[in-house]
Design a binder for this molecule. Structure first.
Ligand code: DC
Length: 231
C-alpha cells in the first residue's frame, strides 16, 4: 500500500488522543506528532525567560522572541516514542510538569504563537504519512486531511482516568478537584478566540468511553482502510 494519508485527531484533553495516535502511527508506520508538546515547549521557554508573571503572559515580548525558539523531535528508542527538544535540549520531562501544564493554555491563546506552530506543523505533513493530535488539526492545520477524528468522552470518565493515574503514582488528589480541572480546560479550549476546539464538519466522532485500546485501534484502522480502498 503506497498511498499515504494525513490523519488529524482532535478532541478534549485527557481523552486518550495521544494513545490512539501513537498506536495508529505505529501500525501504519507513519510519523506521529503531538502538537500539544509544541505549545508546552513554547510555554517552558516563556517561563524560563520570565515572560509569564502572576498568570499574565507578556505576549509582545514572547512574539518578539519567537524567532529564537526552535522545536524538534527525536526518537527515543528506550521509551519507543519521540522526545521534544527546545533549542537542542531534551525537555520532554519538564514540559509534562505542573508548572508548564498550569500555564500552557495562556500561551496557546496567543495568535502569533499559533501561527508559528501551525506553519511548522504544516511543513511536517508535507509528505503525508503523518498522524497529528491536538485541538485544531482537522480545522486549521490540515483542513485537507483525508481522515479527521474527533475524540471525546464524558468529563467524569476522563477525570476518573486521570485520578486513577495520579493515585497510581502515589499522589494525594481529590476526584472533585480533577473533575473541576477537566471541565475548566474544556471551557478554555472551546471558548478561546483563536482556533477554539471544534469538531470539523467532516470529522468522525470516536467516543472511547467503553472501548479497549485494541478496539479503538481497530476502529481507526477500519476508517483508514475505507479511505485507502476508496482511492
Ligand atoms: O494536548 P496537551 O494537553 O498536551 O495540550 C497542551 C495545551 O496546548 C492545551 O492547553 C491545549 C493546547 N493545544 C492547542 O491549543 N492546540 C493544539 N493543536 C494542541 C494543544
Amino acid at each position: 500500500m503506497n498511498k499515504k494519508i494525513i490523519i488529524a485527531i482532535d478532541g478534549h484533553s485527557s481523552c486518550g488522543k495521544s494513545t490512539v495516535a501513537r498506536q495508529v502511527a505505529h501500525a501504519l508506520q507513519y510519523n506521529y506528532v503531538d502538537s500539544g508538546s509544541m505549545y508546552r515547549a513554547v510555554t517552558l521557554f516563556a517561563l524560563r525567560n520570565k515572560l509569564i508573571i502572576n498568570g499574565l503572559v507578556d505576549s509582545n515580548r514572547l512574539v518578539e522572541m519567537l524567532p529564537l525558539i526552535s522545536i524538534s523531535f527525536k526518537y527515543n528508542p528506550e521509551e519507543q516514542k519521540s522526545d521534544t527538544y527546545l533549542n537542542g535540549e531534551n525537555v520532554e520531562k519538564e514540559i509534562r510538569g505542573l508548572e508548564v501544564s498550569n500555564n500552557v493554555s495562556l500561551v496557546a491563546v496567543v495568535k502569533e504563537v499559533r501561527q508559528a506552530m501551525v506553519k511548522i506543523q504544516q511543513e511536517m505533513g508535507r509528505e503525508k504519512g503523518i498522524v497529528m493530535d491536538g485541538r485544531d488539526i482537522g480545522t486549521v492545520v490540515y483542513p485537507q486531511a483525508e481522515l479527521k477524528i474527533f475524540m471525546t468522552t464524558s468529563p467524569q470518565i476522563r477525570a476518573q482516568r486521570r485520578y486513577d493515574e495520579l493515585v497510581g503514582k502515589g499522589e494525594a488528589v481529590s476526584f472533585d478537584e480533577i473533575l473541576k480541572n477537566v471541565e475548566e480546560r474544556d471551557f478554555i479550549d472551546q471558548n478561546r478566540e483563536e482556533s477554539p476546539l471544534r469538531k470539523a464538519s467532516d470529522a468522525v466522532v470516536l467516543d472511547n468511553g467503553n472501548m479497549s485500546r485494541n478496539e479503538q485501534l481497530d476502529w481507526v484502522l477500519s476508517k483508514v482502510n475505507e479511505i485507502l480502498n476508496d482511492n
